[in-house]
Each structure stands twice: as structure tokens, then as C-alpha cells.
Design a protein around this ligand. Structure first.
Ligand SMILES: Nc1nc2c(c(=O)[nH]1)N[C@H]1C(S)=C(S)[C@@H](COP(=O)(O)O)O[C@H]1N2
Ligand SMILES: [Mo]
Length: 529
């Protein structure tokens, strides 16, 4: 390669690096300044949140199927890579034609500001961190490109010189080494600024501490006692009561909303005789109930783990609605979270006496964990989470299905979501290698509000054989089961199906999660040696 072509290639590489470092500065400065603004208003989170809102059902499904509950980490990594590639291109463009580069950076800045300002609950001032970041990034891009331009202007000076060189015009040409050092120091400073911003915002708004200090009241109606043998005797079947730390988490919130209980308010309005507003203190003072309820996500594939069982403490939604007195003709409650998610729940379900639908403040004896909706969420037995379990809930609008659509309904999912009867095989695991002889098979099954009355197991194409059911705590919790299989050498399929309290047998008809929940029989393939 001739020396000149090499210099051009080097210069382009340096310009691309300058672009990436500048992009890091945009994000870091916005993060630092953003510590003093709404927590969700920094560029990375606003971009990610906007992307999530435009996610079509098949992509959401794919993301959950591929990354499970790490879907958010995957999104952030994907976004980081996309931003890096764009920044390389912008760096080279700015190097070639500065004015065009400036336009490009300002355009990206405008996109970021638009994403920030369209989030729920932000104010115009929340654009300031992104604007500050954009201009800081532009300044750094200019500073880093200056030596690259000088290098181009003086082709007679060897590009790989060890130190800076004087030029005949009385100026200096920075060495490549100095350029890389400057880029490295700037990138490190950006990393420190971003981390500092995160720490600062955590310190300024210490919701985790407030949560730890919160004492929950004693319920007026405690949970019904749990029978002794709800747990399947088979080792490896997940615990009947899901610990909070293991409870699946599904939501569109890229950063968890941080709400002070002093600021929390729930507005109940729409087709009601009396509009009411509840404070957190009102909830603490109300007659609370406690109930074990199994939550299930509509995105759960057959055999999947997006289901969990906890003891919830809260105010019956029936009581909340009784205060507001819904008007004739209303058939739905649209619940909204502070970050713009919404769910449509049939009004009659929320008013049903035996249902235990509630505004929950406690989960397994603790205040709700931040990721599970602190300080207040909805819990509605029998319905998938996307149409009922609004976390960080702040608004209930009594309305009609004909008049309003919920978040996921607007994106191709169903407007209603009763949970389908489903069995799951936990043990043995898929592709397990087992010794021949007695093999313990076990799992769980759920059909919230109908209950589970039978679980059957089928080996390969053999007869369906009844499994042993563990005790039932209630029809709104899952029920575990076990079965002893006399395994013979070879590859085998182990299938299961449940029968619910109405006598209906779980369908073998396969359906994808979109639009109203997966169906089909779970099946694990094992090798017996
Ligand atoms: N604010 C908010 N609430 C939400 C969601 C959401 O995206 N945002 N997702 C719902 C869905 S799809 C499910 S399955 C449940 C999951 O609750 P969990 O994360 O506590 O298990 O929350 C529901 N509540
Ligand atoms: Mo869900």
C-alpha cells in the first residue's frame, strides 16, 4: 500500500473512533445531567423505550423466546452496537465534511429529544440532558477531528511519528499515539460520568431504602391456610410458592419506575358517579385482604417459566370501584401505569365477590419489589398479566371495550385474556439422560379460577395415565403433580395434559402466544440408558 493510501485509511479509522467516543460522550453527559431530571428521560432508556413501544407482537414473542427475561439486556446490547455503527459513519462523514457531520449529529440529537419527550410523565425540561449531551458530543467530535485534519493537511509528515511534529506554518501535527491517548482518556471520562450519573440519581431518589423501611399493615382477611402437601414430592419441581427474587418479570419498562409513596396517587375516573383519588395512606387504612394467586404471562410458551405463585396483600378492587360507583353501560377498566403501559380488564371481573382482584401493595410478606410494581400494582386471578396485572399503577378509567384499547391490544394482541388450562413438565428436564427403571416425573398445572382436577401423563404414543395430584390450595393457584414412570432404554417423549374444574381437557391444538396465549401439550424428550 502506498504511504498516502495508508494515511487516508488511518485517518478514516481515527475519524470513526472519534465518532464512537463522541457518541459515548453524548450518552454519558446526558446520563450525568439526567440525574437531576426524570429517571427515565436519559437517551439510552428513552430510545429503548420508544423501540419497545414500536415492537410488533412477533418481535416481542421472538425476543422473549430467544432471550427470556434477559430481553432487556439483549435490547440494550443491540442498541449499543447500532449506536456504535452509526457513530462510526457519522465520524467519517464529519471528517470529510464537517457541516454535514454537524447536521447528522443534530439530527440524531433531535431524534433522541423526540423519544424523550414522547415518554409518559415527562416535562419539556426533561429534554435538557439530551440537548446538553448532544452539544458536548459535538464539541468532543470537533476536538478529536482537529488533529486528524492537520494530519491530512501535512502529507509530508510521517503519520506514524512517535511525537508531535512542528509544521512550517508554525502549527503542530499531533502524533497518532497522542490522538489515541486523547480518545482513550475521553472515553474513560465518559464511562466515569455515566456511572456517576447513575449513582447520583440512585442516591437522590432512594426508593429502595424507602421500600425497606415500609411496614405493611395486617390484613383484615388473612390468606386461607395452605394445605400441607401442595408441593410435588418430585425433586426439581419448582417451589409451590415462588420466592420474590425468582418471580418472572415481564414488562415494557427499560428502567424501573421509581415512585415515592408520598407522591403516589390513584385516580379513578371515567364512567363513574364519583371520581375518586386514593393515596397510599388510604390503602394502608383500608380493609386489606391477603390471597395466594398464580400470575401467568400470555407470552409464556407451552412448557415455559413465565408463571409464578405468590401471596399478595392488597385492597380489593371491588371496594375501590364501589367508592367510585361505575355507571350503567361501562364494561371495562383501563388501568394505566406511570410509564404509559395500560391493560383492559372486564369491569365485572373486578367487581366479582369471590375473585380477590386487588390493588396489591405486598408480595410474600414484603412490600412489592421495585420490578414487580412498587408501590402498587393490580393482581387479578384468572387473567393473563397483559390485560390485568398493571404494575406501578396510577390511573383507573372506567370505560367500555368499544371505546378504549390497551397497550398490547393496539399492538395486535387480544383485548381480553382469560388464562388457558396448562400443564408443565418440570422433571425430567428436556434432553435429560436417565438410567432405566423407576423415574420420577413431576410438574405443575394451572387453570386459574377453574382449578385443576386431573393431570395425565403419556409416554410416547402410549395410553394417558393419571398422575398423582398434590393438594390444591385454591382454584386460583397452580397445582403440582407427580408420576412414577418405569423407563425402558431408548429415546422417549414424556407428555402431560391437565383437566380443569369445568371438566375440560387441555387442548392438543398448538397455538402461538399471539394473540391470546399458547396452547398444546408440553412434551420433553429424554434418553434412557
Ligand atoms: N406497568 C406495567 N405493568 C405490567 C406490564 C408492563 O409492561 N408494564 N406487563 C404486564 C405483563 S405482560 C405481565 S405478564 C405481568 C408480569 O408481572 P411480573 O413482572 O410481576 O411477573 O405484568 C403486567 N404488568
Ligand atoms: Mo405478560
Amino acid at each position: 500500500m502506498t504511504r498516502n493510501r495508508r494515511r487516508i485509511r488511518d485517518a478514516k479509522g481515527m475519524a470513526a473512533l472519534a465518532g464512537v467516543v463522541s457518541a459515548a460522550v453524548v450518552l454519558a453527559v446526558a446520563e450525568l445531567v439526567g440525574a437531576f431530571f426524570t429517571a427515565r428521560a436519559t437517551p439510552l432508556f428513552a430510545l429503548g423505550a420508544t423501540f419497545i413501544d414500536f415492537t410488533p407482537p412477533w418481535l416481542k414473542d421472538f425476543a422473549i423466546a430467544t432471550f427470556g427475561t434477559n430481553d432487556k439486556a439483549a435490547l440494550l446490547v443491540g442498541m449499543g452496537l447500532t449506536i456504535a455503527v452509526l457513530a462510526c459513519v457519522l465520524g467519517v462523514v464529519a471528517y470529510r465534511k464537517w457541516a454535514l457531520g454537524v447536521l447528522g449529529v443534530l439530527f440524531m440529537g433531535a431524534v433522541i429529544v423526540a423519544c424523550v419527550l414522547t415518554r409518559a410523565g415527562v416535562q419539556p425540561a426533561d429534554a435538557i440532558p439530551s440537548i446538553a449531551g448532544t452539544f458536548a458530543g459535538l464539541a468532543v467530535l470537533r476536538l478529536l477531528l482537529l488533529p486528524v485534519w492537520r494530519l491530512k493537511a501535512w502529507p509530508e509528515i510521517p503519520a506514524d511519528m512517535a511525537t508531535d511534529a512542528d509544521t512550517p506554518d508554525g502549527g503542530r501535527v499531533t502524533s497518532r499515539r497522542r490522538f489515541f491517548a486523547a480518545a482513550g482518556v475521553t472515553a474513560a471520562a465518559a464511562g466515569i460520568a455515566a456511572t456517576g450519573g447513575r449513582l447520583l440519581s440512585a442516591a437522590r431518589n432512594n426508593i429502595a431504602q424507602a421500600r425497606d423501611a415500609l411496614r405493611l399493615p395486617v390484613p383484615s382477611r388473612p390468606a386461607a391456610p395452605v394445605p400441607a402437601n401442595v408441593q410435588s414430592p418430585v425433586k426439581g419441581v419448582l417451589p409451590w410458592l415462588t420466592p420474590n427474587k425468582d418471580f418472572y418479570r415481564i414488562d415494557t419498562a427499560l428502567s424501573v419506575p421509581e415512585i415515592n409513596v408520598e407522591d403516589w396517587e390513584l385516580r379513578v375516573h371515567g364512567m363513574v358517579e364519583e371520581e375518586i383519588t386514593l393515596t397510599f395512606q388510604d390503602l394502608l387504612d383500608a380493609e386489606l385482604i391477603e390471597s395466594h394467586v398464580t400470575l401467568t404471562c400470555v407470552s409464556n410458551p407451552v412448557g415455559g417459566k413465565l408463571v409464578g405463585n405468590a401471596k399478595w396483600l392488597g385492597m380489593p378492587l371491588r371496594d375501590v370501584l364501589a367508592k367510585a360507583r361505575p355507571k350503567e353501560g361501562a364494561d371495562m377498566v383501563l388501568s394505566r401505569s406511570i410509564d404509559g403501559f395500560s391493560a383492559s380488564t372486564p369491569l365485572e371481573v373486578l367487581q366479582e365477590a369471590g375473585r380477590d382482584a386487588m390493588l396489591a401493595i405486598g408480595m410474600n410478606g414484603e412490600p412489592l419489589p421495585l420490578e414487580h410494581g412498587y408501590p402498587v400494582r393490580m393482581v387479578v386471578p384468572g387473567l393473563y398479566g397483559f390485560v390485568s396485572a398493571t404494575k406501578w399503577v396510577v390511573d383507573l378509567e372506567v370505560t367500555r371495550f368499544a371505546d378504549s384499547k390497551a397497550y398490547w391490544t393496539e399492538r395486535g394482541w387480544s383485548e381480553r385474556g382469560p388464562i388457558k388450562t396448562m400443564a408443565r413438565v418440570d422433571v425430567p428436564a428436556s434432553f435429560a439422560k436417565l438410567p432405566a427403571g423407576k423415574v420420577a416425573v413431576g410438574g405443575t398445572a394451572w387453570a386459574q379460577t377453574r382449578g385443576i382436577t386431573k393431570v395425565e401423563v403419556q409416554i410416547d404414543d402410549g395410553d394417558w395415565v393419571e398422575a398423582t395430584l398434590s393438594d390444591e390450595a385454591s382454584t386460583i393457584t397452580w397445582r403440582q403433580w407427580s408420576y412414577e414412570w418405569d423407563a425402558t432404554p431408548g429415546n422417549h417423549y414424556v407428555r402431560a395434559r391437565a383437566t380443569d374444574g369445568t371438566g375440560e381437557v387441555q387442548t392438543d391444538k398448538r397455538a402461538d402466544p399471539v394473540p391470546d396465549g399458547a396452547s398444546g401439550w408440553p412434551s420433553v424428550m429424554v434418553t434412557v440408558e
